[in-house]
Write a protein that binds this ligand. Structure first.
Ligand SMILES: C[S@@+](CC[C@H](N)C(=O)[O-])C[C@H]1O[C@@H](n2cnc3c(N)ncnc32)[C@H](O)[C@@H]1O
Length: 335
């Protein structure tokens, strides 16, 4: 049988490419299955094994033929197991999607299928001069969640910077999103400070998180757009954070931004900026393209572009740190 399949494949003019496409299409099918299964609630329900009928009734599914095929597909992909009609989770990815970090992984799937999918569907029109995509508001929550994939590595970087800033540093987090990096700063027990975000939803989320994390008495958050100055900030600060948001600023807005940030950093203090930077990996270039195609976002920069801009704003020392191997996720410390 295999011999016949291989013979058929190698009978094609681009035999190897055919085989590669077949393999790639399985990856796409797996991603589609997991995305749909997470949204349907199938994965969450199958944390306890269940038969098809009971599962369908819990999830309000009425098309049993199609649902049966969907479950069989999950089994065929190795994401589900079928023990004589009782389904359970089997694959690592399926289990992780309903595990402790599942919300981040589900957001990563949503971001790729929905947001990136839209960019690629509309790319030809955009490249020929059509308007850039108005994706930002619809995808803000998903992107905020999916960017937490890098949280462990960035958090430990932030904790190191804030720990090195003395026993009682004051910290400002600009574009704080959910406030996760204020939590990292709070690992220095003497640290206090503030987050600023222009989105009311982020301010609300950070306020709630700071309370939930038990650090609401040391950190607070205010709404504000840093492009309009820093009137909300109660500076100067020992550490100013700009995490995963430099690509929201147009190149021509960056000099004014860096001057504002310089005015907020105490003499001897540090601006810490973390971002994916322009790179050559598929991950970096995909993000670069997606951002460049989104209204209100800009292509990724290189550290070589930013360093002179930071110096021009008055930062004398600029250090670049690579945060993960083989990817252009970098930290810049400017003082
Ligand atoms: C991708 S999220 C990153 C959030 C957080 N720093 C993190 O790394 O998890 C970018 C955040 O920056 C905020 N932001 C973008 N431009 C801003 C500006 N000009 N002033 C204040 N906040 C801004 C957005 O509202 C959003 O919450």
């Amino acid at each position: 049988m295999w011999r016949r399949t291989l013979k058929a494949a190698f009978g094609q003019p681009d035999a190897t490419a055919h085989l590669l496409f077949l393999r790639d299409s399985q990856t796409v099918t797996r991603i589609h299955f997991l995305h749909a299964a997470a949204h349907l609630g199938v994965l969450a329900e199958l944390k306890s094994p269940s038969g098809q009928e009971a599962l369908a009734s819990k999830l309000g599914i009425t098309r049993s033929q199609q649902f049966g095929l969907f479950l069989k597909l999950g089994v065929s992909l190795g994401e589900l197991a079928d023990d004589a009609g009782t389904y359970r989770l089997k694959g690592r990815r399926a289990k992780a999607l309903v595990g402790p970090n599942g919300n981040v992984l589900r957001a990563l799937l949503d971001e790729q299928i929905e947001y990136h999918g839209s960019v690629y569907r509309e790319l030809a029109e955009q490249l020929r001069g059509g308007p850039l995509g108005d994706y930002l508001s619809a995808t803000a929550a998903v992107v905020a969640e999916s960017s937490r994939i890098a949280e462990p590595v960035i958090s430990s970087y932030v904790t190191d910077v804030v720990t090195g800033a003395g026993p009682t540093p004051r910290v400002l987090d600009i574009g704080c999103g959910s406030g996760v990096y204020l939590r990292a700063a709070s690992q220095n027990a003497g640290a206090t400070g503030q987050g600023i975000d222009m989105q009311p939803a982020s301010v609300e989320l950070t306020t709630k998180n700071l309370t939930d994390w038990g650090i609401g008495d040391r950190f607070h958050v205010t709404q504000g757009d840093i492009r309009k100055g820093a009137s909300e900030a109660d500076g100067p600060y020992d550490v100013v954070l700009l995490m995963n948001n430099i690509y929201y600023f147009a190149p021509e807005q960056r000099p004014a931004l860096f001057e504002t940030l310089r005015s907020l950093v105490k003499e001897g203090g540090t601006l810490t900026l973390v971002s994916m930077f322009h790179g050559t990996s598929p991950t970096a270039l995909n993000l670069d393209l997606v951002l460049a195609c989104t209204q209100g976002c800009y292509a990724l920069v290189s550290p070589e572009e930013l360093a002179p801009e930071l110096r021009a704003a008055g930062f004398r020392n600029v250090t670049v740190d690579r945060l993960v191997a083989r990817e252009s996720l970098l930290g810049i410390r400017a003082s």
